[in-house]
Write a protein that binds this ligand. Structure first.
Ligand code: ZN
Length: 83
């Protein structure tokens, strides 16, 4: 592991906005919020049967979310991909 003390340490905003931080993650049918902008959509089988995945981006804080819909998995739901 190398440390470079000279590197300008840009501190990106790591805080989710209020509605984003209120999203219940990994829970089936948990609601998102009004400022999420829907992105791409695809279907995939990650071992729990076919799921559909929808990407969202928050208009307020820029967080990238993915919503998984899988009726066989109670814990498929919102996952935070990036801030
Ligand atoms: Zn947000």
């Amino acid at each position: 592991m190398t440390t470079n003390a000279q590197a300008p340490q840009k501190t990106p905003s790591t805080a989710l906005c209020e509605p984003c931080s209120g999203i219940q993650r990994h829970w089936r049918k948990a609601p998102g919020h009004a400022e999420l902008v829907q992105g791409t959509h695809h279907r995939e089988d990650r071992g729990n049967g076919p799921s559909s995945f929808t990407r969202y981006r928050c208009d307020r804080c820029g967080a990238a979310w993915e919503y998984e819909n899988n009726k066989a998995n109670q814990h498929a739901g919102w996952a935070l991909l990036a801030l």
